[in-house]
Design a protein around this ligand. Structure first.
Ligand SMILES: NC(=O)c1ccc[n+]([C@@H]2O[C@H](COP(=O)([O-])OP(=O)(O)OC[C@H]3O[C@@H](n4cnc5c(N)ncnc54)[C@H](O)[C@@H]3O)[C@@H](O)[C@H]2O)c1
Length: 280
């Protein structure tokens, strides 16, 4: 199978690597100068890590690298049976990319977006082939995370959803089919949980350390909610909370004012050196 992956950032490079390891020929496309080289370096170091951990052999790593070709423009992707888009999380950018993909891909190809928070149905409309379109929502880091949410858009056909499910399974992931509702399954549940932890902190329920310790010791969570949002980035968490609040209009999704203030102050978590906790 030939797979085209559009966008060679964090997710696109992980998706390309995972497809290549499963034996597919991948064309990775990006238009930003340096993006393809960065993606190749990141795939190489991720594969080396997998070899060191003996998850794969050195030969399998080399074969995967050889399976990934690159292209710096959206053109000539007619041999791809599956097209996965992982460009910036902007509906305008995604619309533009899917407009260009209409003439660059074949009628029969399976079309998918990796969006986390936008409407799959809306992006599908820009593809011109909404019945062949669905969401394939991978998780970060792609090579490590088992889940792929297969998102059924309003006009996705049953055959498309089934093909997407089988494709995800074929590259070693566990697909779970869900409807095109904001947050799908994981973020719909996880973002309000994180947001509530921030509300609890600002209401003085306990310190940040104790809120996280409580969830680890009392609910067996592998990481506390505040350390988790520090890892994800408070700006990313806030944008997700705002998207859920905006789409549902339900006050239960109201972003915690403290999270907004911290983002305004530049306290974004690990990436800025400080969030709810400090990082060396
Ligand atoms: N980062 C995560 O944890 C995560 C998890 C799940 C889903 N997602 C989703 O995956 C998608 C990509 O996220 P990311 O974190 O990899 O972003 P990123 O910023 O790391 O990468 C996006 C890439 O898209 C490229 N791009 C932009 N416009 C393009 C165009 N017109 N043609 C080709 N390439 C173009 C950029 O140059 C960049 O390399 C988003 O929809 C995001 O919501 C992200």
């Amino acid at each position: 199978m030939k797979v085209a992956v559009i966008g060679a950032g964090t997710m696109g490079s992980g998706i390309a690597q995972t497809c290549a390891l499963a034996g597919h020929d991948v064309t990775l496309v990006d238009v930003a100068p340096g993006a393809l080289e960065r993606a190749q370096r990141s795939m190489r170091s991720s594969l080396d890590r997998m070899v060191r951990r003996e998850t794969i052999t050195a030969e399998e790593g080399e074969e995967a690298v050889a399976h990934v070709g690159t292209r710096d423009a959206i053109a000539g992707l007619h041999d791809a049976g599956v097209v996965i888009e992982a460009v910036f999380e902007s509906v305008e950018v995604k619309r533009g990319v899917w407009g260009a993909l209409q003439s660059a891909t074949s009628e029969g190809a399976l079309l998918a977006t990796n969006t986390s928070s936008l409407s799959v149905t809306e992006i599908a409309a820009a593809s011109g082939r909404p019945e062949r379109f669905c969401g394939l929502h991978f998780f970060n880091p792609v090579p490590m995370m088992a889940l792929v949410e297969v998102v059924r858009g309003l006009r996705s056909s049953d055959e498309t959803v089934e093909q997407a499910r089988a494709f995800a399974e074929g590259i070693g992931k566990t697909p779970i089919v869900c409807a095109d509702k904001p947050g799908f399954i994981v973020n719909r549940l996880l973002i309000p949980y994180i947001n509530d932890a921030v509300h609890a902190l600002s209401e003085g329920v306990a310190t940040a350390e104790d809120i996280d310790r409580a969830m680890k010791l009392g609910a067996n969570m592998p990481i506390g909610p505040l350390a988790l949002v520090d890892l994800v980035g408070l700006d990313v968490g806030l944008a997700a909370a705002e998207a859920l609040h905006g789409e549902f209009g339900d006050p239960k999704f109201r972003p915690a004012p403290l999270m907004k203030q911290m983002v305004r102050a530049g306290l974004l978590g690990r990436k800025s050196g400080e969030g709810f906790f400090r990082y060396g």
